[in-house]
Write a protein that binds this ligand. Structure first.
Ligand code: CTP
Ligand code: MG
Length: 236
């Protein structure tokens, strides 16, 4: 039987959280008694389809990320790489440390990801080579000019995004040499004419961008933890 190729989770964590507005990088914000990044790491630690984890850090934050890795990454943390001034540059640098055939790129700030959803993404990456998680848009959307945008055509892009590592590496080098910058790795492949499979998300996976987003994360993570305790109300 052919064993499945190993997959590395590449987690960019080298932002500054300007919209979040805290004094420190938002990934260190306390969330139910642990730093936000701890939840993200634990989900990847618990997913048996993930062999290794590479974190991308700000200058001066690498030691902290190693500490969090030792605590929450289940022995999978392989490297902490220095990031760049854009998310794209951070991912490009992180790719230098990836040695597996497939890579799953996931925002550190999406801390409600589950091991099950990660597994689904890995399966889809293995069958389609290039994939991104997406979510159907529920709001009615207009352009600022007032023109209505057909909602059925639209999806919101989330992470994880799964790639054959060599293809993503090539796409990053090409974008860099042509000065193309985006926050969406999958778009780097599309500009090379590749098709990226869209996988619809099966569970909520918000990105913590503004402080209010923490309320949603607390609700989701609490529901998950208490759901594991049968008859919790009877036990109290
Ligand atoms: N990121 C990164 N390197 C950068 C910018 C962002 O590794 N130069 C990471 C962030 O740490 C985050 C993910 O990319 O986990 C998604 O970015 P975003 O939510 O935009 O986080 P920030 O860039 O930190 O937030 P803001 O844009 O509000 O400053
Ligand atoms: Mg940003």
């Amino acid at each position: 039987m052919r064993t499945q190729p190993a997959v590395t989770a590449l987690i960019p964590a080298a932002g500054h959280g300007a919209r979040f507005g805290a004094e420190q990088n938002k990934i260190f914000t306390d969330l139910l008694g642990r730093p936000l990044l701890g939840w993200t790491l634990e989900a990847f630690a618990q997913c048996t389809d993930i062999a290794r984890i590479v974190l991308v850090a700000n200058e001066g934050e690498s030691d902290l990320l190693w500490e969090l890795g030792e605590r929450y990454a289940g022995g999978k943390l392989q490297a902490v790489v220095l990031g760049g001034s854009t998310r794209q540059e951070s991912v490009r640098r992180g790719l230098d440390a990836v040695t597996t055939e497939y890579v799953l790129v996931h925002d550190a700030a999406r801390c409600c990801i589950t091991p099950e959803l990660i597994s689904e993404c890995v399966g889809t990456a293995r069958s389609h080579q290039l994939m991104t998680l997406v979510r159907p848009v529920t709001d009615t959307l207009i352009r600022r000019s007032g023109e209505l945008v057909e909602r059925a055509d639209l999806v919101a892009v989330e992470t994880p995004q799964g790639f054959l590592t060599d293809l993503l590496r090539r796409a990053h080098l090409s974008a860099r040499s042509e000065g193309f910058v985006t926050t969406d790795d999958a778009s780097l492949l599309r500009r090379l004419g590749r098709t990226v499979h869209l996988m619809e998300s099966t569970s909520p996976n918000p990105k913590i961008t503004y402080p209010d987003d923490l309320v949603i994360a607390i609700a989701l993570l609490t529901a998950r933890t208490t759901a594991k305790l049968p008859f919790v109300s009877d036990a109290l």
